[in-house]
Write a protein that binds this ligand. Structure first.
Ligand SMILES: CC(C)(COP(=O)(O)OP(=O)(O)OC[C@H]1O[C@@H](n2cnc3c(N)ncnc32)[C@H](O)[C@@H]1OP(=O)(O)O)[C@@H](O)C(=O)NCCC(=O)NCCS
Length: 319
């Protein structure tokens, strides 16, 4: 990329290397750390690799030779995933997020193989211009919240069904748990912005990615638990490590047949207690759809503080 123009303009990511995008990527790394205590470096390392090998499709906003914002897209399991949508603060409020997204959608329209287009806007601002475009283009566009519990203390576990047992998630039972998860998310608000929740295959892929492949940071095996009632899998909680001092609940679900009996409470309580014992002072975070009122209100009652609104969007092919 070379241009003497100081006016912002759209540039294909294929024309831009990580050095030109460095100010944006560095700001993004710093914001993940400051707002979420999340180590974004591993994700950035693969983005830099793809940028420098000119294999990352997407669009940047550039001023002269300097990138000031970007979005990319990748295909996974017939889903087009839009990532980035990150802009330096002075480029969040104007029209640039909408223009970038519009260009991404134009490119995706030329490769109609994906069954869905899905993405998130993690840091506030871009949703002001991107939101109306998403809604007008038929996307589901929902607010989510990043919640955080600071240095939790140990508490007695709440009462639970007498025949409930908890144990570390056995790798051999991931498919059984994926089935439980499929039922837990049937008709759920989160299935409006992530197509993985719509099928057993999707739930199985998500669970495997989180537990076996560090999909949300390395899975903390000792904090990731399966709940069983008389040896029948009833639910699970998956926890990953997102930085030196922070852990993240990437999944918690209970089969509808067992919901409302205190199993969710016991799963979260067991994680909080283990964290307080083994990693005193560490924080525990999660994200939740604002419309998932039952879970959101429950986390707030548990002492999770509301740290950051963000947004998720999805459109299924044919919608
Ligand atoms: C969220 C979920 C894991 C909770 O599991 P659960 O075993 O049903 O939860 P519990 O019975 O332990 O109850 C947990 C809290 O929800 C409340 N609750 C339970 N059923 C409720 C209902 N029908 N309406 C409102 N609140 C309810 C309980 O009062 C409790 O709060 P309290 O401890 O302050 O009293 C479960 O509902 C689920 O799998 N939902 C679908 C997946 C999901 O939303 N996961 C969370 C994504 S962030």
């Amino acid at each position: 990329m070379s241009s003497s123009s100081s006016l912002p303009r759209l540039v294909p990511l294929f024309e831009i290397g990580s050095a030109q995008l460095a100010p944006v990527l560095e700001a993004e790394r710093a914001e993940w750390a400051a707002s979420l205590d999340w180590d974004f470096e591993p994700a950035l390392a693969s983005l830099r690799y793809m940028l420098d090998n000119r294999v990352l499709p997407g669009v940047a906003v550039a001023v002269g030779d300097r990138g000031v914002g970007y979005a990319y897209y990748l295909f996974r399991d017939q889903r087009a995933l839009v990532g980035g949508l990150y802009f330096l603060p002075e480029f969040r409020d104007g029209d640039w997020p909408r223009l970038v997204l519009q260009r991404v959608f134009q490119e995706l329209a030329r490769q109609p193989l994906a069954r869905s287009i899905e993405g998130q806007i993690l840091f506030p601002g871009p949703e002001r211009s991107a939101g109306p475009l998403l809604r007008a283009s038929g996307f589901q566009f929902l607010e989510r919240r990043f919640l955080r519990l600071e240095a939790p203390a140990e508490h007695p576990l709440p009462p639970a069904p007498a025949d409930l047992t908890l144990r570390p998630i056995p790798e051999g039972m991931l498919d059984d748990l994926a089935l439980v998860m499929t039922h837990a998310y049937h008709g759920h608000v989160d299935a409006r912005t992530s197509s993985l929740y719509l099928s057993f295959d999707g739930c199985a892929r998500l669970l495997q990615a989180l537990v076996l492949r560090g999909g949300c940071g390395p899975c903390e095996a000792s904090l990731s638990l399966m709940a069983a009632v008389r040896d029948t899998p009833a639910g699970a909680i998956v926890v990953s490590r997102i930085s030196k001092g922070s852990f993240f609940i990437s999944q918690v679900f209970v089969h509808p047949r067992y919901q409302g009996q205190g199993i969710g409470r016991v799963l979260v309580g067991a994680v909080v207690n283990a964290l307080a014992r083994r990693h005193p002072g560490a924080g525990l975070s999660l994200t939740v759809s604002r419309d998932n009122t039952r879970a959101y209100d429950w986390y707030r009652r548990l002492g999770f503080a509301d740290r950051l609104p963000h947004y998720a969007f999805m459109k299924l092919a044919g919608d």
